[in-house]
Structures are given as C-alpha cells and as structure tokens.
Ligand binder design. Structure first.
Ligand SMILES: [Zn+2]
Length: 118
C-alpha cells in the first residue's frame, strides 16, 4: 500500500469523522451539551480531540459504533495495518475501501461473518 494512498484514505476518514461529528452536534442536544462541557467551542476542536467515553455515552449505539469504526481505521493507518483484513490478513480490495473506508474485514470475511450471524 503506497504512502499516498494511505494519506488519501486518512484524509477521507478525517472528513467522514468531521462530518459525522458536525451532524451529531446539530442533531443531538445532549451531545452538543457534552461537547460544550468539555470546553470545545468549535468543530475543529472537537474533531481534533479524542472524544472521551463519557461524552460518547450520550450518543446512540449506531452513531457511537460508526465513530469508533472511523477512529479504529485512523489508528490502523497510523500503525501501518490499514487495508489488511483483521480476520484473514489478506489485503482488502481498493474498491471495498473506496466504498467503506473504515472496513476492517475483506469482503469474503465480511460475508462469512454475516452468514454466521444468521
Ligand atoms: Zn479476510
């Protein structure tokens, strides 16, 4: 995986994270209040800070999960494991990463996991 590709995905994930936080702040009063409690005044502050668990508690599970997935993908970029399937360690296809930049599993493992759930 080239350096420029991971830079590109890093920027994409950062954008997604910012977008998600922006939506949460405008839609979720509890989250906005929690963010204000932290003394973070604008979105740039919020986006660059690690939001602590207490703040995340006011979020619904879906939003929290989404944010955690994005954060996990960002840390995978930082430690050089981005794009590697967490289950079989094969490379995740670029098409899949384009569609879901925070994907942690390759399509085969994802489909297997979904099948096992049923
Ligand atoms: Zn896999």
């Amino acid at each position: 995986m080239g350096q420029s590709y991971s830079d590109q995905m890093y920027n994409k994930l950062k954008e997604m994270r910012e977008e998600l936080l922006k939506n949460l702040i405008s839609e979720n009063e509890d989250f906005r209040a929690a963010v204000e409690d932290l003394g973070l005044n604008d979105l740039a502050d919020v986006a660059s800070n690690d939001i602590d668990c207490r703040t995340l508690e006011v979020l619904g599970n879906r939003d929290k999960l989404q944010l955690e997935k994005i954060d996990a993908a960002i840390s995978r970029i930082k430690n050089g494991t981005y794009g590697i399937c967490a289950s079989c360690t094969k490379m995740i296809s670029k098409d899949r990463l384009e569609a879901i930049p925070y994907a942690a599993l390759c399509i085969e493992c994802k489909q297997r996991a979904e099948r096992n759930k049923r």
